[in-house]
Design a binder for this molecule. Structure first.
Ligand code: GLA
Length: 695
């Protein structure tokens, strides 16, 4: 290879080596384990040995996989840039005109004069250890250029042979699925107009059998809250690739002269130490925000639903404050005409019939009890039974004027890309926030977009959030979308937590939080203790299990605690105290999972950054084949340090049926013993958990 330019972005964990051949688009020669400080000669050697070998019956010069897979150069896989100018220039011949590498950032510009297109690409290795990449394309011509896709790709080595990604549905978000990475494409598209319950939050490729603690793993995530695609592709003549970008609908992006489209970020992470290493990078990235200690929440939804009655809510607030709740969130039902879910969306004025004196009496009461007040909105939606729709039927998003998409939860989508609709919503939400003492907004989005333009709507949604945040910088915002239907790093740039799922069944929550938590740190995942009998599944769980589950998130309650027994309230109060004590550790520490040998039980925890303390849960999901539990090994500890392990049960010990002795007394053991030998726990029944605190 003639004098390749080589750029090496690296930290202690990973390396990305980017190279050029002449003016061809930049190519990633290595993405994976860190190579440390290599000099240019060694880097050129690396590029040389991985680049040359040309198969028969192929272009005469090798066709490398570019960061923007280049159909014009002969790449036969999924092209990075797809579009055309009146049917021409669908495979532009892009040549690099400039490039720069500065610190952890690499940028390049490429253009095709005949096609009248300029592309810019950015690759950043962030302090968190994450990579992020994006491209932009500009129309330099005078005629329109129709863009169909602009997606970035990264190669993974051939020893990454397995894929892990996610699907899900309402109340069962982020169910994992695994398969071999075979020849062909595994394309995960989300066309729901929101991130989607079934969208894959990430796509992981890894070495055979990669697990939470073992194996090399490469992961990508598309930071976009609208339609998007995440894919793995394995071609016979190259390395497997992981890539993704926004999924553009036909005609959605037509660039006029001089116009540019910029893709969302593709985030990527490498781990040489299993899935937990991927989480470490995502969590570090998402922790680059300053959050106050996460207050204990009481959300009124499963407590009162639409029954907004001042006396009932005031009394609920009293009970909440008495047991230690710090934030009281009034959910759906407070605005005009909203007596059930058939009417009112869009009419963002406090309902005078239900709240004759406005929200002030409740808010004042909540504040006087020392709690913050939060309020639910669903700003991008409208019921056809609303004053807003009656006045502005043309503000509804649909396939064409006058045609409504099928309704969903009795509602339609407001076209917030419409300047007047946008201004109305901005004004309404902003006024309610300005007129009331509100610290928190639960921002919901309860349906898919059907037959509608999604790109503009998503961009307008981000604009709206940005504007509201700049006007009300002290208001925290939660991203909710029928539970966890809008969770991605695009929305998390603008929000402070997510509503992980509408399912408060602790068993389901174990699964949902386990896999959402691969990407999100615990403090960003809303996790509420629900009623004894779950409203979504009908399952009954002991309080101790519900608490043990919610403690590994941003803890809250979603239950009519006035109808709970005194014993339950006392258990909750003790659990809230316990949460306040452990939250700093859980919300700043390193999340770890044991590759526990019993599929019927999970072991997960959080270890302080300096490894001085830790907090674990052993969770019995179903009955085990084994008669007594497999020994529990606690990963991530300092092997040299001695830990005092207490078996904590703030909400009371799980009701055990075990007759024989079960150890509950505190033990002191070195980290090496706890991590490698493990400890024996009592026999648990399904849907029970034990908490272990290490100090
Ligand atoms: C969605 C949310 C719930 C609740 C209801 C209110 O389903 O996910 O938590 O806020 O809307 O209508």
């Amino acid at each position: 290879m003639n004098n390749p330019e080589v750029v090496h972005l690296h930290d202690d964990t990973s390396s990305v080596v980017i190279t050029f051949q002449g003016t061809d688009l930049p190519v990633v020669a290595h993405w994976g384990r860190t190579l440390g400080d290599l000099d240019q000669a060694a880097l050129r050697g690396l590029v040389d040995v991985v680049s040359w070998t040309n198969p028969n019956n192929a272009p005469d010069l090798p066709v490398p996989l570019a960061l923007l897979p280049d159909a014009g150069a002969g790449y036969a896989g999924r092209p990075g840039l797809r579009g055309h100018r009146g049917g021409e220039h669908f495979a532009p011949a892009l040549t690099v005109t400039s490039q720069s590498a500065d610190g952890g950032v690499f940028r390049y510009v490429a253009s095709d004069e005949a096609a009248e297109l300029t592309v810019t690409g950015t690759v950043e290795l962030l302090p968190s250890g994450m990579l992020r990449l994006r491209h932009a394309v500009r129309n330099d011509g005078t005629t329109p250029y129709s863009l169909e896709g602009l997606e970035t790709a990264l190669p993974v080595p051939s020893h990454a042979t397995e894929l892990l990604d996610f699907t899900g549905r309402w109340s069962r978000e982020r169910a994992p699925q695994r398969q071999a990475l075979q020849y062909g494409s595994w394309v995960r598209e989300s066309r729901r107009g929101r991130t989607g319950h079934d969208a894959t939050i990430g796509l992981l490729a890894g070495t055979p059998g990669f697990s939470f603690r073992d194996g090399e793993v490469w992961a990508v995530h598309v930071a976009w809250s609208g339609n998007h695609v995440t894919y793995a592709e394995n071609q016979v003549d190259g390395l497997p690739v992981l890539g993704g970008g926004e999924l553009l609908l036909p005609g959605e992006i037509v660039l006029a002269a001089g116009e540019e489209y910029e893709s969302p970020w593709l985030y990527a992470a490498y781990s040489g130490e299993g899935i937990d290493g991927i989480s470490a990078a995502f969590h570090r990235q998402l922790r680059e925000r300053s959050l106050r200690p996460r207050p204990v929440v009481l959300n009124t939804w499963e407590a009162v639903y639409f029954d907004h009655d001042l006396a009932r809510l005031t009394s609920l607030a009293d009970t909440a404050a008495a047991i230690g709740v710090e934030r009281f969130v009034l959910d759906d039902g407070w605005f005009r005409h909203r007596r059930d879910d058939t009417a009112g969306l869009g009419d963002w004025y406090v309902d005078e019939t239900v709240w004759p004196d406005g929200l002030t009496p409740l808010i004042k009461h909540v504040r006087s009890l020392g709690m913050e007040f939060g309020l639910w909105f669903e700003p991008e939606m409208v019921n056809t039974d609303s004053d807003l729709y009656r006045a502005h039927p043309d503000w509804v998003l649909g396939p064409r004027p006058g045609v409504l998409p099928p309704s969903s939860r009795n509602q339609q989508v407001l076209n917030i890309a419409h300047p007047e609709a946008y201004a109305y919503i901005l004004d309404r939400v902003s006024s309610v926030l300005a007129d009331n003492d509100i610290a928190f907004v639960k921002w919901d989005h309860n349906r898919d977009l059907i037959g509608s333009r999604v790109h503009e709507q998503t961009a307008a949604y981000y604009r709206l959030l940005d504007e509201l945040r700049s006007r009300h910088p002290h208001v925290e915002i939660e991203s909710c979308s029928s539970g966890g239907g809008r969770i991605d790093l695009g929305v998390l740039d603008r929000t402070d937590r997510v509503w992980t799922s509408d399912c408060n069944d602790a068993l389901e929550r174990q699964l949902i939080q386990r896999w959402t938590g691969v990407f999100l740190p615990p403090e960003l995942m809303g996790a509420h203790v629900g009623p004894t009998k779950s409203h979504t599944t009908g399952r009954v769980h002991e309080l101790s299990f519900r608490v043990a589950t919610a403690l590994f998130g941003h803890f809250g309650i979603e239950w009519d605690i006035n109808s709970a027994t005194d014993e339950e309230r006392a258990g909750l109060q003790a659990s809230i105290e316990y949460y306040k004590d452990v939250r700093e550790l859980v919300h700043t520490g390193v999340v770890v999972h044991s590759d526990h040998p019993d599929p019927a039980a999970w072991v997960h925890g959080v270890v302080a950054a300096d490894r001085s303390t830790a907090f674990f849960a052993y969770v019995q999901l179903t009955t085990s084949t084994q008669n007594k539990p497999r020994r529990v090994r606690l990963p991530g500890l300092d092997p040299e340090r001695t830990y005092r392990v207490s078996f904590d049960a703030p909400a009371g010990r799980p009701g055990l049926t075990q007759r024989g002795p079960g150890r509950w007394d505190t033990v002191e053991l070195p980290g090496s013993v706890l991590s490698d030998v493990g400890i024996q726990l009592p026999v648990l029944e399904p849907e029970q958990a034990v908490l272990l605190r290490l100090r």
